[in-house]
Write a protein that binds this ligand. Structure first.
Ligand code: OAD
Length: 244
């Protein structure tokens, strides 16, 4: 095992309050394109345009064609060893809180229980007229855009560009960040706020900041350690090192 991993596991073992922040990169190993990676385009449109409230209001059918394509892709694939390792870590360490920017639901599918979904979840649909919310795992959806029984337009319960983050999840995540002494940041470019502020809040609390990402990011310069590798390769080794 590398010296870096040994040191990371030693720090993790000595900690009392773990905060994890994940981004699209952890699901890349499951075959889900990242947001800003080269494969993140759909029909030549960028994620920022597709996942915007403007597109949903202007052209619900087009917006839904993208949501539906993503939901089909997520349904076809599954959590990978990176997600499973975090679920295993949560079992060993009840102090762990997992915050994610991902909307694929893979952390819960992998068995994680204390998950703050900062950007919502693709499988919950909400009526834009009556507000009714339901889980809906149909993929593909038969008729786009889907409608509620009341006739209103359904939308995924995710945070679109131009919208605010859910206050409860956000406050919960920042409260945990301020208490944490070990912060693990996996697979995020850390450019979208306020989620990108979580590691900084943890660091201000004196937390050891460990980043796992094949590439360096904006976070790397103030992380205590960056392990350049994929989530599926590094996280199982980290958890294994903690057990041994
Ligand atoms: P990005 O696409 O910006 O960043 C993905 C990160 O994952 C990059 O830093 C990659 O280097 C890294 N990565 C790629 N493959 C990886 C692997 N196998 N293992 C680990 N890391 C890997 O995605 P996010 O940072 O998640 O929000 O983007 C944040 C938010 O931007 C998204 O939640 C989305 C978007 O706005 C909304 O839609 C509201």
């Amino acid at each position: 095992m590398s010296k870096q991993l040994q040191e990371a596991a030693r720090r993790l073992a000595a900690s009392k309050n773990i905060l994890v922040l994940t981004g699209a990169g952890i699901s890349a190993d499951s075959g889900i394109p990242t947001f800003r990676g080269k494969d993140g385009l759909w029909n030549n449109r960028r994620g920022e345009e597709l996942a915007s409230i403007d597109l949903l209001l202007e052209d619900p059918k087009l917006a839904w064609q993208w949501y539906d394509a993503m939901r089909v892709l997520i349904a076809k694939n599954k959590p990978n060893p990176g997600h499973l390792a975090l679920a295993a870590l949560e079992k060993m360490r009840p102090d762990l809180a997992l915050t994610t920017q991902n909307i694929d639901g893979y952390h819960s599918d992998a068995g994680s229980r204390r998950v703050f979904e900062l950007h919502g979840n693709f499988w919950r649909l909400r009526c834009m007229a009556c507000g009714k919310m339901d889980e809906n795992r149909q993929a593909p959806i038969k008729e786009l855009p889907p409608k509620c029984a009341c006739g209103g337009l359904l939308r995924p319960d995710i945070v679109l560009y131009g919208e605010q983050l859910p206050v409860e999840a956000l406050e919960g995540a920042f409260a945990r960040a301020r208490e944490s002494d070990f912060c693990l940041v996996v697979g995020t470019s850390c450019v979208v706020y306020p989620a990108a502020l979580l590691p900084q809040a943890a660091k201000r609390n004196g937390a050891f900041l460990l980043e796992v990402n094949p590439e360096n990011t904006q976070l790397s310069e103030y992380a205590d350690m960056t392990i350049n590798g994929t989530a599926a390769a590094v996280l199982p080794k980290l958890v294994h090192a903690l057990q041994s």
